[in-house]
Design a protein around this ligand. Structure first.
Ligand SMILES: Nc1ncnc2c1ncn2[C@@H]1O[C@H](COP(=O)(O)OP(=O)(O)OP(=O)(O)O)[C@@H](O)[C@H]1O
Length: 336
């Protein structure tokens, strides 16, 4: 666990960048620092690996103040990924990833073999290994950056805006891979982003900073969306937070009504559409299973020509319906 204990950073000639921050980055989880520009996220991140020293207060890793630790030794256990990947331009992709393990005493051969495995893990085929960074797309470079940070197998990873330099479609792919990788690896990750959607998607825990380096709220994505501490957080997480918070719950306990005659099904019971007139059958707009999220159910009810979401079983057979007002009643009852 990484602990910030009443940490303050005042830059000489500048204002207070980090103002009495106390927080915990739990072991094996992803903690995301998010907030508007200039609110002290990067400064906080860099105090973990001693690139920046606090003016007062302490940063501890597993109870030990980093200030008292040997810098080189400390950084060996902390991977660091930055925006634009920061790769060595004159080394091949493979050598970019293998460099640190070689410095740590592995033979070049061992390090390259391990690097190939890592590149595969981050979704880069071996054909990229001999290229130079400039011959890769931005998204591919970011993947190499992640592989390089993982090469020394550090228990901790610091990631500063790792996915912000790529377009939204590539970012979406990188997010999926990040989540898959982190599920396998269980690193202790502190990540900086200015994008609240990214924070909510990737973070087990989210720390929202406000101007002046003050922590506005710390919570799980669900807590931030359902219970923002104040107007700043509510505004920052976004106006549609009610709808987005439905992504964290499945439809497992959502009551359904029996399938009515107006739902036209094929011989296997799979929905074909809604009968809205003698010759008029309109598409359902999609179906959900009890494992899907309440957000999908809400979406389907909105898209449906009759305002009704259709549930199907594992074989795709219609086994219940939820009209939009039933969903609204269910959500209201849950809130109590
Ligand atoms: N070396 C420095 N000297 C003086 N002031 C600095 C220095 N580095 C950062 N600052 C100031 O400290 C504050 C916090 O900066 P920091 O980079 O930590 O913010 P941030 O939240 O990461 O911002 P961004 O999202 O724009 O990267 C800012 O007001 C910045 O101008």
């Amino acid at each position: 666990m990484i602990t910030f204990d009443d940490v303050v950073k005042v830059y000489p000639g500048g204002g207070t960048a980090v103002d009495h921050v106390s927080l915990e980055v739990p072991t094996g989880k992803t903690t995301v620092f998010v907030g508007p520009s200039g609110c002290g996220k990067t400064t906080s991140l860099r105090m973990i690996n001693r690139m920046i020293s606090p003016t007062s207060g302490r940063v501890l890793i597993d109870g030990e103040d980093v200030a008292g630790q040997d810098e080189a030794l400390l950084r060996r256990g902390i991977g660091y990924v930055i925006q634009h990947a920061g790769l060595f331009p004159h080394r091949t992709v493979l050598d970019n990833v293998a460099t640190v393990p070689v410095l740590l005493g592995k033979t070049r051969r061992e390090a390259r073999a391990a690097a190939l495995g890592l590149l595969e893990r981050v979704g880069l085929a071996s054909e990229f290994a001999q290229r130079y960074p400039a011959q890769l797309s931005g998204g591919q470079q970011q993947r190499v950056g992640v592989a390089r940070a993982l090469a020394a197998d550090p228990p901790i990873m610091l990631m500063d805006e790792p996915f912000s330099a790529v377009d939204p479609v590539v970012r979406e792919g990188l997010h999926r891979e990040f989540l898959r990788l982190q599920k396998d690896l269980g690193k202790t990750i502190a990540m900086v982003t200015h994008d609240i959607d990214e924070a909510i998607k990737l973070g087990d825990l989210v720390v929202i900073f406000r101007q002046g380096g003050i922590v506005a709220q710390i919570g799980t994505p669900r807590e931030l969306l359902s219970d923002p501490a104040d107007d700043f957080v509510a505004e920052f997480v976004g106006r549609d937070r009610g709808l987005r918070s439905l992504s964290f719950d499945t439809a497992a306990e959502l009551p359904v009504k029996p399938v009515p005659a107006e739902l036209v099904v094929d011989e296997a019971g799979r929905p074909l559409g809604w009968r809205t007139g003698a010759d008029d059958v309109r598409p359902t707009g999609g179906t959900f299973t009890s494992a899907d999220t309440l957000r999908l159910v809400a979406d389907l009810a909105i898209l449906s020509p009759v305002g009704i979401a259709v549930r199907v079983d594992a074989d795709g057979k219609a086994d219940g319906i939820t009209p939009h007002h039933d969903l609204a009643d269910y959500l209201a009852a849950r809130r109590g």
